[in-house]
Design a protein around this ligand. Structure first.
Ligand SMILES: NC(=O)c1ccc[n+]([C@@H]2O[C@H](COP(=O)([O-])OP(=O)(O)OC[C@H]3O[C@@H](n4cnc5c(N)ncnc54)[C@H](OP(=O)(O)O)[C@@H]3O)[C@@H](O)[C@H]2O)c1
Length: 297
């Protein structure tokens, strides 16, 4: 049996509840994993709220929160090639399987082994924020020295984009509220405090992680515009990020972390019993860096 945090109906945070479920049985292309750490992401509350039913409207209740996890393989389906019992891995959960749980199913083709030196909590941030940042920068394919504005540099995706962009020789500026200045500066980015001044300038590219009115404010500043959360970017002449969700991308981000070139900037580590608090902070839309559930706590 496995304890999990989920919901029996769509709604606000008060529909969340803990329950026990039998360990799920992996299909041919899946692996059963003992979760060591799980990332907390905005998509988790969007799924719970029923705002993206095209993604989870078909999944039976109770649904379990969480999309990404790092852990140890307990069982592997026959088509989950390259993954064996006992492997340390990170990956995307099967839709509906959830990762705010002691065990879960990960998709074999979207799961990768991780270096022994990589902490579980770091590895748990690779599938969502880590590979989104990689996909964004590969899609933009900017030359060394190009200027990049990261709208929302203080979030999980924003701070990963900023570091990988600097690593590629780009000149990075980020927007955020006053409390995010120190974070931007730490990773070598210029900073625009959107609460104190207008966001202005001209950039070879803008990566938007905020969406809505904020996206509309920064769109005219970009030669190339890409968004990770707001698909209406295409109405503004920009592109939505193409997500690869493949093993090779997970491995590349794991290598960057192990080599000290990417720090997920974890600002909060929570036991499963306090997952409500972690998700509430993300739902406030003003978290810093990454929040992670650590199942050893
Ligand atoms: N397509 C995909 O596969 C994919 C993958 C990952 C994420 N996403 C989406 O990308 C978005 C960001 O995800 P995340 O994990 O980075 O979120 P997050 O960690 O919760 O960060 C959100 C950040 O937005 C900043 N923010 C809010 N309003 C702002 C504004 N007006 N100007 C500048 N910054 C602002 C906040 O900083 P302040 O406190 O400074 O305002 C906060 O740090 C979400 O919509 C998520 O669903 C999509």
């Amino acid at each position: 049996m496995s304890t999990a945090l989920g919901y029996r109906e769509f709604g606000a945070a008060d529909v969340q509840e803990f329950f026990d479920r039998p360990d799920p049985v992996p299909g041919p292309a899946e692996v059963l994993v003992r979760v060591a750490a799980a990332g907390v992401n905005p998509l988790d509350h969007l799924l719970r709220s029923g705002h993206v039913r095209e993604l989870n409207g078909h999944v039976p209740f109770p649904q379990v929160l969480g999309m990404e996890a790092a852990g140890t393989v307990l069982a592997a389906g026959e088509d989950a090639t390259g993954l064996e019992v006992g492997d340390r891995v990170t990956g995307f959960a099967l839709t509906g399987a959830g990762t705010y749980a002691e065990t879960t199913l990960l998709l074999g083709e979207s799961t990768a082994r991780i270096p022994d030196t990589l902490p579980w909590t770091w590895a748990a941030t690779i599938p969502v924020a880590g590979t989104t940042a990689l996909d964004v920068l590969d899609q933009l394919d900017l030359p060394v020295g190009a200027s990049l504005l990261v709208n929302g540099i203080g979030g999980g995706v924003g701070i990963a984009v900023a570091q990988l962009a600097r690593d590629r020789g780009l000149v990075v500026t980020g927007t955020g509220s006053t409390a995010k200045r120190e974070l931007a500066t730490k990773y070598g980015a210029a900073f625009i405090d959107y609460t104190a001044s207008s966001v202005v300038g001209r950039f070879d590219a803008v990566v938007d992680t905020v969406g809505g009115e904020s996206l509309r404010t920064v769109a005219p500043l970009a030669k190339k515009l890409i968004a990770v959360g707001d698909q209406s970017v295409t109405e503004l002449g920009g592109e939505f990020v193409h997500r690869r969700l493949d093993r090779a991308s997970l491995e590349r981000v794991a290598e960057l972390m192990a080599a000290g070139r990417l720090d997920p900037h974890i600002t909060g580590t929570y036991p499963l019993a306090r997952a409500h608090d972690a998700l509430a902070l993300v739902e406030s839309r003003h978290a810093s860096g990454k929040l992670v559930l650590d199942l050893s706590l």
